[in-house]
Ligand binder design. Structure first.
Ligand code: DSN
Length: 479
């Protein structure tokens, strides 16, 4: 462990150097720390990376191009990049028990694109695609490009529907995956809110997808990956899991056996900054059959790798291999369950009635609100969440009927189950005291709301008090 003094000195010095060039950037960085310190951050996909992880990103690696892979680069002078990329991949393999790890993706979307192209290249007999493997896509002749699109155009993907908690990158239209694949989705049982594996199997039998995708960004339960793999095998599909949200729970061995995707999936993608608590970025894990195609991610679908971020991934993955990370991962789930119980006790409606991961999905129609109204009212009260669709949401993806909350960030700060109950009280107070507003012409609005500003201020102060006993980055003082 470095000394708290060293961490403070490092960040202070960095800001001093930045301030000498553009003081407004230094001020904004300092203000961001203040805002993060003062808000009750319940965004399920956010966290607080360690000082070591943050500092690993601000250095000379940022200046280096390194297209290609370890030991096989399109640029000279990549020996130090090789060192950090190999270290990050080794930590990832050891942490997750995977035979291959590719740590270059810049985000979860990028990781999924790498996986999709690897599967297509492995599974689809496409002369044009084979040619694309050995050249830059930009170099494809127009004829090859049209051939490629024809040959790939009718490939099928089966993933979880958006309103059941699936992700845009699993074949939905606003993302390129929805244009690359003919997509169908599986939902959840309307009575329980849970995945009905028999229905997934039925959909797979009817649709015969090339890829079966599991993984979610707003499903508050475990997924049985052994059963999903059996379904994929029964129709000859490649089984892909996007574990972006729950990678920290896999790393911390909270999700094991049937609930650990790595032994069951052909290919696993993730982000590194959510429950895994690393830098912003993505990663792909796979077996030897797909490793070669995955390693072609850059330049096939990725821009040049970010060596400074790979260095930070290596640091964060090393942290996740320490025994205390397992304790952290278990506390994330304990806290989410305490939050869910606190909300249920106060009368909230939760999708699936609770949680067994890091997130809780409140159906705020029980409070007579849309997700948009609830999100803003909570924000006015110092509580940062995000609105999210619930299954069969009558308000669609923009206004929604849900609020998604997650515990990875507050757990990093050290808040425990008692504070989660206090947090449930604050959320319930705001939501039960907020009423829907009207448009200028008197019609009901899905965005406007009425909340007494005095109550919002009071809750905001209570949220600050709750956080004051668990300071964020206590070792870092900037003044
Ligand atoms: N934006 C991430 C989330 O909030 O879940 C996923 O893309």
């Amino acid at each position: 462990m470095s000394s708290p003094n060293a961490e403070s000195t490092a960040f202070r010095s960095a800001l001093e150097v930045i301030r000498a060039v553009e003081p407004r950037v230094a001020d904004a960085i300092g203000a961001e720390l203040t805002d993060q310190r003062e808000s009750l951050k319940l965004i399920a996909s956010e966290n607080y990376a360690s000082p070591a992880t943050l500092l690993a990103m601000g250095n000379w690696f940022s200046d280096k191009y390194a297209e290609g892979t370890v030991g096989r680069r399109f640029y000279a002078g990549c020996q130090n990049v090789d060192t950090v990329e190999a270290l990050a991949a080794e930590h990832a393999r050891e942490l997750f028990g995977a035979s291959h790890a590719y740590v270059q993706p810049h985000s979860g979307i990028d990781a999924n694109l790498v996986a999709f192209w690897a599967i297509l290249a492995d599974r689809v007999e496409s002369p044009a695609l084979k040619r694309a493997q050995v050249r830059q896509v930009n170099d494809l002749s127009e004829e090859d490009w049209f051939a490629l699109r024809r040959e790939l155009g009718d490939q099928r993907m089966l993933g979880m529907s958006l309103d059941a908690g699936g992700h845009l990158t699993h074949g939905f239209r606003p993302n390129i995956s929805g244009k690359m694949f003919d997509q169908r989705s599986y939902g959840t049982d309307p009575a329980t809110g849970l995945i009905d594996y028999d229905r997934v199997a039925e959909a797979a039998r009817e649709f015969r997808p090339l890829i079966l995708v599991a993984g979610y960004s707003a499903y508050p339960r475990k997924v049985n990956f052994r059963i999903m793999r059996e379904i994929a095998d029964s129709v000859g599909a490649t089984f892909m899991v996007d574990m972006a949200h729950f990678a920290g729970l896999v790393a911390g061995k909270v999700f094991t056996g049937d609930f650990d995707p790595v032994p069951h999936a052909h290919i696993v993608t993730t982000t590194t900054h959510k429950s895994l608590r690393g830098p912003r970025g993505g990663m792909v894990l796979c077996g030897p059959e797909l490793a070669d195609q995955v390693d072609r991610g850059c330049p096939m679908v990725l821009g040049g790798p970010l060596p400074h971020v790979m260095a930070a991934k290596a640091v964060a993955l090393a942290e996740a291999r320490r025994p205390d990370f397992a304790d952290y991962a278990q506390r994330i789930v304990d806290n989410a369950q305490a939050l869910a119980e606190g909300l249920l006790r106060r009368g909230a409606t939760l999708v699936t009635g609770g949680t067994d991961n890091h997130l809780v999905l409140i159906d705020v129609s029980g409070y007579g609100l849309t997700g948009r109204q609830a999100e803003q009212a909570l924000l006015d009260s110092g509580i940062v969440t995000n609105r999210n669709a619930v299954p069969q949401d009558p308000n669609g993806a923009w206004y929604t009927s849900g609020i998604r909350i997650g515990t990875p960030a507050l757990t990093t700060r050290g808040l425990g189950t008692a504070e989660m109950d206090a947090t449930a009280e604050l959320i319930h107070t705001v939501l039960s005291q907020t009423t829907p507003g009207s448009n200028a012409d008197g019609t009901p609005s899905k965005a406007k709301y009425v909340l007494d500003p005095a109550l919002a201020d009071k809750v905001s102060r209570q949220a600050t008090d709750l956080l004051s006993t668990h300071p964020l980055y206590p070792s870092v003082t900037l003044a």
